[in-house]
Design a binder for this molecule. Sequence first.
Ligand code: ZN
Length: 130
Amino acid sequence: MKQPVRTADTAHYPPLSPVSVGLRCACPRCGEGRLYDGVLTPAKRCMACGLDYAFIDSGDGPAVFVILILGFVIAGLALFVETAFEPPLWLHALLWIPLIIVLSLWALRVTKAMMIALQFQTKAQEGRLH
Ligand SMILES: [Zn+2]
């Protein structure tokens, strides 16, 4: 049986798990190349399979998920620590501000990569009236 020619345009890529791709911040098509060129800026294209990332439009979706989920968790933890240990305010600031910054950036990267993978798999785009 003749194998199909594998080029960037004709290669067949099995569907990847958006969670796996998102956690690795990898290309939504091949799962090999890096998605980001910086902290949250998508690269121009995948360095492994050549997928053009121009289709990416995650909008405000990742930020909403991160604000709602992380806000709930961190606020709950802060309330628990306050009621259980009653630490001074400077300790609250020392605990929560770095934790919020680090977790938010990590969660934004992962959530954005997951939503980009879902957008790629479902071919989602802005609605249009014909
Ligand atoms: Zn790729």
